[in-house]
Design a protein around this ligand. Sequence first.
Ligand SMILES: Cc1ncc(COP(=O)(O)O)c(C=O)c1O
Length: 361
Amino acid sequence: MPKRVYNFSPGPCTLPYEVLVETQSELVNYKDSGMSLVESSHRGRNYDAVHNETVGLVRELLEVPDEFAILFIQGGATLQFAMTALNLLAPTEKAGFLRSGHWANLAMKDARMYGNQYVAWNGAEENYFRLPSSDEVQVQPDTRYLHVTTNETIGGVRLYEWPDVGVPLVCDMSSDYFSRSIPWDLIDVAYGGAQKNLGPSGVALVIVRKSALDASPRELPTYLDYRVHLKSNSLFNTPAIFPIYVSGKVLKHYKRNGGVEEYRKVSITKSGHLYRAIDRSAGFYDCPIQGESRSRMNVVFRVPTDELQAKFLAEAEQEGFVNLKGHRSVGGMRASIYNSMPMEGAVQLADFMDHFRSSNS
Ligand SMILES: Cc1ncc(COP(=O)(O)O)c(C=O)c1O
């Protein structure tokens, strides 16, 4: 086996080893075609089969009802910040936002250009250390939708209760797609970049309620119009072949391993190992995120000094635990433990944390 580290990167992140090996084995000569799939036409038989199989796996694993279209759109989750508003929000309408942290703030910044918006719950007042329960969300009359970020990748907070507030939800699920079930009856759009719980970067998975597109609020350039992608099965122009192809393999791997419900349970156990290492450290490790808001995908924590942090990161790297440095905007440490991080990675990191604490406190 080639050298592999435990890669705690927030994304792009670790992918299943067997998916990488299978991709490698097919890369030069796909199904005896004498060419790679990434050299093949997106209108050809081989890519067509992969594309439709991947769409089908998304539908099956996330139990997406027929009223929703499953789209693959380039531009990452970032383009969806604008596209959701462009496609759903008329200039005179308003959208509410859960202000949950870095990514929600960016979503608000782009949506602001296309309609009215307001903050339906403001996490900034509490340093973004938690997300609200449904009854704390204040939705104004005539709201078109409420935008929520189901997991703040940088802040390490997760939405533990889907707001059932009488308006449809538009959800950024970039960092917890495929690790929790989705209450489709509350939702108009769920979107996310591929590069955490799905596959390589280069595409966003966008799941949209078809009837939400019946009345388009404005004329749009071709690529920005969801209806164009819907009508063409995401094949209006050349799709992002490689990420969709590898995502299909990741989804087959998820299916073999028990599907989303199994990954949900695993995420609780995996993150539990790290949160217990924090909680039994008597304050050596500090995680400001409390209770149910603690992310199961991105575990954030600090050590008492900058010197200890540098030491922690250097020693962790020597042990093969890499990319544990927190985002530059918040500092500290962050262990991203998406679906493809093996349980053993979390267990061993928790052991390392215990050991580091007893040698340095
Ligand atoms: C929650 C969340 N939303 C949006 C993004 C932006 O995604 P992309 O890089 O695919 O545009 C990220 C990236 O990490 C994210 O974590």
